[in-house]
Design a protein around this ligand. Sequence first.
Ligand SMILES: Cc1ncc(C[n+]2csc(CCOP(=O)(O)OP(=O)(O)O)c2C)c(N)n1
Length: 373
Amino acid sequence: MTNKLLTGQRVVDEIMKCGITHVVWLPDAYAKFMYNAMSNQPGLTLVPMCREGEAIAIAAGLITGGKKAMLLHQNTGLFESGDSVRLALDYKLPLLLLLGYVGWQHDVPMTTSAAIYTEPILDAWHIKHYLLETDDDVEKISMAYKEANDTKRPVAVLITQKDLSEFNPQTSRFKIRKTRMDCFEAEKVISRHRHNAIVLTAETANHDWPQISSDPDLDAVSLPHIMGKASSFGLGLALALPTKKIIVLDADGSLLMNLGSLVTIANMAPTNLIHFVLENDVYRTTGGQPIPGAGKISFRGLAKDAGYRHVYEFDKLEDLESSIETIMNETGPIFVCLKVQPLTERATFPSPSGAEAESLSSQLRKATSRSAG
Ligand SMILES: Cc1ncc(C[n+]2csc(CCOP(=O)(O)OP(=O)(O)O)c2C)c(N)n1
């Protein structure tokens, strides 16, 4: 009987049939349904990475060392991988790329840039690709892997099914630390004390901030394709508008994707930048999978050693409340790590589509021109 869905265990079974030993992985909205099946699968090692640009090199090392590695991440991550694709091609890696096909639409023209460019980019690299839509197609995984081995080239399988389920703390294997502050309440404190700062948001804050912002005209919310880039965008804005305060509300998985930005920011030392990170230990937006190093890394330590002028960490709301005015009046760059609970009852926010990009960038232009005036 035809199963119109793609199920996590079925995909994992097929991967195991190929003899895969390692999946180099970063979550996305398309492949998140596979996480539980993969992380519970004996004989399969999940290698979570911080940014997709690492993936092909990790797999290259694994394959060179005699393991059978594949990648699982979204199509935009392949764009991020850029130069590493050459490594896969020139090292003649038999590499299976299982990619979430963000923006894919059946039988109608693609409208988002993620989807518009995916197949043309794969074609430009001469990487063969197949669509994986339902369990009926799952054998394409073995076929693609065989082709990768026969041709000694990467072969891509594109997952078209978006997983709409939300992070459920009852079923998640992740342990929530109740001692931490509520994220929404922490953002309210920032909103009350922002004065006339321009606020740039990422991930969880994209959803929360519009509900609590004290000055929406000065907000740059839900900028498209901002995952991992909010800190860099904020740096550019701070350098461009040196007399205006710029607040970045970053997320932990996002900052991991762009850790080098800590050094770039500290090196340029914009006095007007305050960089908050909402550290919830998970990729909440894609279903609450733990970030690499959850509970072990110190974002405060990283920012301090990178050279930020002032660095803070809070896990209690009252401590944030009593320090926020001082923080707002200090000379930047300032880094504030807020240890927050990973979950609230609020629904996940809608991801901005490429089609919204134009209106969002005009929103940003309006915010900056008003603030600069
Ligand atoms: C380059 C890239 N890779 C993967 C994704 C898929 N993605 C969307 S949101 C998200 C999780 C964000 O987690 P985090 O930054 O920790 O923020 P939170 O949702 O926890 O607030 C991921 C992985 C993406 N948008 N861009």
